[in-house]
Design a protein around this ligand. Structure first.
Ligand code: HEC
Length: 139
């Protein structure tokens, strides 16, 4: 490899390494400002994974590790609070402080799916899957 190509290669590696750390913060900071759900919006995703990515990952991150930026977004990975299924359902249905509510944008099946996904991914292995009727009873 000649010198200019080598320098370009090193620059590209440096760029790609920087890019791996910067966007996570950018997403978290944007999330507080831009996460607005227009009235009447309904999520169309059905699987827990798709719903998580569409509605939770922007703040809690795709790996569930949370983020610290313009606000504090608690991790859902390795978080004992996530073991209590009703607590997670209530957070999703009704929101919590700066976390928005999703009760009007998701039906009972969707809330159950995203809660079950959260409690069984990111290293979480909590038993006791939630059912749509459990979600309905907490609305
Ligand atoms: C706009 C950002 C945002 C989005 C989107 C969001 N959350 Fe949150 N979430 C938060 C914040 C901020 C808190 C901490 C609230 C507080 O101060 O107690 C939180 C708290 C929680 C908690 C409680 C954690 C604990 O330790 O008590 C759970 C569980 C949770 N979120 C799950 C979800 C799920 C599941 C979704 C997707 C359906 C979601 N969140 C979407 C911002 C968000």
């Amino acid at each position: 490899m000649d010198r200019p190509k080598l320098i370009l290669g090193v620059m590209l590696i440096a760029l790609s390494m920087g890019a791996a750390t910067i966007p996570a913060q950018a997403v978290a900071q944007d999330a507080t400002r831009t996460f607005t759900i227009s009235p009447g919006y309904r999520f169309t995703e059905k699987s827990g994974e798709a719903l998580y990515n569409a509605s939770c990952a922007g703040c809690h991150m795709p790996d569930g590790k949370g983020a610290q930026g313009a606000g504090h977004f608690p991790a859902l990975a390795d978080n004992p609070a996530v073991e209590a299924a009703p607590y997670v359902i209530i957070n999703v249905l009704h929101g919590r402080k700066s976390m928005p509510s999703f009760g009007d944008e998701m039906d009972d099946d969707q809330v159950a799916a995203v809660v079950n996904y959260t409690r069984t991914h990111f290293g979480n292995r909590f038993s006791g899957g939630v059912t749509p009727s459990q979600v309905r009873s907490l609305r």
